[in-house]
Design a protein. Structure first.
Length: 202
């Protein structure tokens, strides 16, 4: 999840900021997850979504390791992440594959974070924008929760009700564990995107 850093970076250069390995990974992961979302009630669709989201986790690591970090890359990654998440949540909801409460909570967190992160990145100027650890943990756990419910739903269609209950139990547990991280991340988003007047006056 984006946070501002005092570290200065060069101004946007399309020749160096756009054609990077992390950006290619962000796009590839988004396309893979999007394609899987269209068939999310199948084993192949679930596998594509899982692979796409895994690539999304790796792109930030690759960016830092290769020195290819940029605010453009952060904006691209955040934008694709939120868009793909919205598509996945819509497909899951339309097929009734996971509890409505979990879908609604993840939708709310992502909606707030999307608006706040876009505002922070646009207003960052020459400051870098870095992901926040709590946000990454929340995303990973939320994704795990949804995938576990998808697996549970798939197992139910094959008559393996006992294993399905185990999978859905894991999904519920993963979501419960994600909540503190999601709340912390969203609170940080709000605080950084809309700092109070008192803090600004200091």
């Amino acid at each position: 999840m984006p946070i501002k850093s005092r570290e200065k970076i060069p101004r946007f250069n399309p020749r160096t900021d756009i054609p990077t390995i992390p950006n290619a990974m962000s796009i590839a992961g988004a396309v893979l997850a999007w394609r899987g979302a269209k068939h999310i009630d199948t084993a192949a669709g679930i596998a594509q979504v899982a692979a796409g989201r895994f690539i999304d986790v790796l792109d930030g690591i690759v960016a830092r390791k290769t020195g290819q970090t940029s605010n453009f890359g952060a904006l691209l990654d955040a934008g694709l992440d939120k868009a793909v998440t919205a598509i996945i949540l819509y497909e899951i909801k339309s097929k009734n594959l996971a509890p409505t409460e979990i879908i609604a909570a993840i939708t709310a967190f992502n909606g707030i974070n999307a608006v706040a992160s876009a505002k922070m990145i646009v207003e960052a100027g020459d400051e870098t924008v870095r992901p926040e650890v709590s946000g990454k943990l929340a995303l990973a756990l939320e994704t795990s929760s949804l995938l576990a419910h998808l697996v549970g739903s798939r197992l139910e269609t094959t008559g393996q009700s006992q294993l399905a209950r185990v999978a859905r139990g894991i999904g519920n547990l993963a979501f419960a564990v994600s909540l503190p991280f999601a709340v912390k991340s969203t609170a940080s988003y709000i605080k950084r995107a809309w700092p109070s007047k008192r803090r600004n006056d200091k």
